[in-house]
Design a protein around this ligand. Structure first.
Ligand code: DGL
Length: 272
């Protein structure tokens, strides 16, 4: 048993989409979340920059004595997972791509047409394709980057025509031309627009890595006997720029859950 918190981080709001699944499965776990809202979006940045940012954030979480770090960001998982594990060998560090790739390999066969959408850095890395093919080399996978979606989501432009038009701009041709029937939301921001996507493409099945990562979290907690015995305090949400939108979005996600949520601003150094 281990009552220390679990650390989560993302470039901004996206990683929050993992948290309700964890809270529902394990309500005793305590969370420290870091959203790098001052430097979002990550998806168009160089790997060297992403490594510097994520070193800084994982050092911050390690100093908070977290028992595990969940990289709630596909972009960082795709580009920096090995480097982060090397930097923090004594803390279990989970990426978000492998659990979703395993699910795709389990539910799909060679008759499916699988699409992966993500940031430029995630798509450029080929991390989803490589992982999925490792689990099943016969699968058929197409990937595309949807770069403008994260800034819109961070601005709270979600349930409206601008978002729907942006989704169509990136996906109409991609889905029709490749005859996609299974779509992986390869960016943790995208579950926040899942309703828009399913409204526009009702016949496409969705795989949500923010949900799939729960299985890895449960396995790692069980393997290390790290489950919390009891709820010992509040959940803390740090942001490098504690914007109104970040606070409003968290309050919206956690409304009616009964969780105590505390917000803190923490300015990281500009090391890019
Ligand atoms: N939510 C992150 C991801 O899963 C990062 C998006 C971004 O900042 O570009 O890739």
């Amino acid at each position: 048993m281990d009552n220390r918190p679990i650390g989560f981080f993302d470039s901004g709001l996206g990683g929050l989409t993992c948290i309700p699944y964890l809270m529902e499965a394990l309500p005793s776990e305590r969370i420290i979340y870091f959203g790098d809202t001052a430097r979002t979006p990550y998806g168009s940045k160089a790997v060297r920059t992403l490594r510097n940012f994520s070193f800084e954030i994982t050092d911050f979480l390690a100093a908070k004595d977290v028992k595990m770090i969940v990289i709630a960001c596909n972009t960082v998982s795709a580009t920096c997972l090995a480097a982060l594990r090397e930097r923090h060998p004594n803390i279990p560090i989970l990426g978000i791509i492998s659990p979703a790739a395993r699910t795709v390999a389990r539910i799909c066969d060679e008759t499916n047409r699988i699409g992966v959408i993500g940031t430029k850095a995630t798509v450029r890395s080929g991390a989803y394709r490589n992982k999925i093919l490792k689990f099943n080399p016969a699968l058929d996978i197409c990937e595309t980057a949807c770069s403008a979606l994260v800034p819109l989501i961070e601005e709270g432009i979600i349930q409206n025509e601008i978002m729907d038009m942006s989704i169509r701009y990136y996906l109409d041709h991609f889905i029709a031309y490749n005859r996609i029937d299974t779509l992986v939301l390869g960016c943790t921001h995208y579950p926040l627009i899942r309703k828009n996507i399913t409204k526009i493409y009702p016949d496409v099945s969705i795989v949500n890595p923010s949900e799939e990562v729960l299985s890895s979290i449960l396995d790692t907690l069980a393997a290390g006997d790290l489950r919390a015995a009891e709820q010992t305090g509040e959940h803390i949400f740090y942001a490098s720029d504690l914007s109104e939108n970040f606070v409003a979005m968290i309050n919206r996600i956690f409304q009616n859950t009964g969780f105590t949520v505390v917000f803190k601003n923490f300015e990281l150094g500009d090391i890019a």
